[in-house]
Design a protein around this ligand. Structure first.
Ligand code: NAP
Ligand code: GLV
Length: 309
């Protein structure tokens, strides 16, 4: 058996070593542009260039070294008709929960206001906030959205979630479908975006939708930059409707130097690190799924190309 490996960030040697250790009888082929590739049985890839697609012709399945499939699905009909299998959690849910809890607690305890005051040398206690006024709404109730909600609920915040299909989660106010989105937004003080980027979700958070949030709401985007209309968010922050945002993902990454987000003090920026792929867990998960496929058994986390996630 041969497994083709590729990562857009070039960090391939440790992955090749881990796959070789887990599958000693398998040949690991690190893909390089311009170098002939032998036919491979499986591919484990992240952010591939178009030139790689021809070398997927013989694979039985494509494994993604991450959760989102948008960077592969954009190739559409050029992809072979084989299962595309993403990572399911693999240690990312806990990272997402930590990241979002940090953002929510920072605003709830007004650390952002106190940082501003401290820079101005101002000692001024501010009125405390009540958790019952600080409901957290998570868009996307999947592998990563659910652990985020669980953590926020354990911290005592009222939580609500929105998904495409109806859900019933304990102590979570659940909303489903576009018809319910305005009601969901109207009761959300901190909006957390955990949706995949698909044709249906692109630019979902535009001026009209963000305006449905109550005055003084906050936004955390840890999903994909394309979900948010960036100029609309900036305008609503400058107008004071949105009080602040913590953004990990952007339409263009790295966020370009002249982008106005860099100079907006109410926007906190991180470089797409909310939940990084943990190599050991990812390799274990992919190796276990290859074993299932080899036995003719079904695997979890197969992308539905029609839905786009
Ligand atoms: P997932 O398990 O596939 O869950 C996706 C959720 O979104 C599901 O609840 C789904 O609804 C909902 N959804 C999809 N389309 C929708 C629509 N049109 N309307 C309403 N709800 C919709 O995905 P995941 O593993 O939680 O990952 C979510 C995303 O996080 C990934 O796609 C990726 O873009 C992003 N991510 C970011 C980072 C980072 O470091 N920033 C790291 C990992 C992942 P149903 O339940 O009804 O299907
Ligand atoms: C990272 O953004 C991922 O989708 O895994």
């Amino acid at each position: 058996m041969r497994i083709l490996l590729y990562r857009g960030d070039g960090d391939i040697a440790p992955w090749a070593a881990d796959f070789a250790a887990a599958l000693p009888h398998v040949e690991i082929v690190a893909w390089r542009e311009g170098v002939p590739t032998p036919p491979c049985d499986y591919a484990a890839i992240w952010a591939p260039p178009p030139a790689l697609l021809a070398d997927l012709a013989h694979v039985k399945a494509i494994f993604l070294m991450g959760a989102g499939a948008d960077a592969l699905l954009k190739f559409g009909a050029a992809l072979p008709d084989v299962p595309i299998v993403r990572l399911g959690d693999a240690g990312m849910g806990e990272q997402m929960a930590d990241y979002v809890a940090g953002a929510v607690l920072r605003w709830f305890r007004r650390f952002d206001d106190y940082e501003r005051q401290a820079r101005a040398g101002s000692w001024q206690p501010l009125p405390p906030r009540r958790k019952e006024d600080f409901s957290v709404g998570v868009l996307g109730l999947g592998k990563l959205g659910v652990p985020v909600l669980r953590t926020l609920r354990q911290l005592g915040f009222p939580v609500r979630g929105w998904s495409r299909t109806p859900k019933d989660l304990p102590n979570v106010a659940c909303f489903a479908g576009l018809d319910a989105l305005d009601d969901f937004l109207a009761g959300t003080r901190v909006l957390v975006c955990m949706l995949p980027l698909t044709p249906e979700t692109t630019h979902l958070l535009d001026r009209a939708r963000l305006s449905r949030l109550p005055q003084g709401a906050y936004l955390v985007n840890v999903a994909r930059g394309g979900l948010v209309a960036e100029p609309d968010l900036l305008a609503l922050i400058r107008e004071g409707h949105v009080a602040g945002a913590m953004l990990d993902v952007f339409r263009n990454e790295p966020l370009p130097a002249p982008h106005p987000f860099w100079n907006e003090p109410r926007i906190a920026i991180t470089p797409h690190v909310a939940a990084v792929t943990l190599r050991t867990q990812a390799v274990q998960q992919i190796v276990a799924k290859i074993a299932l496929l080899e036995r003719g058994e079904p695997v979890a986390d197969v992308i539905d190309r029609e839905r786009g996630y």
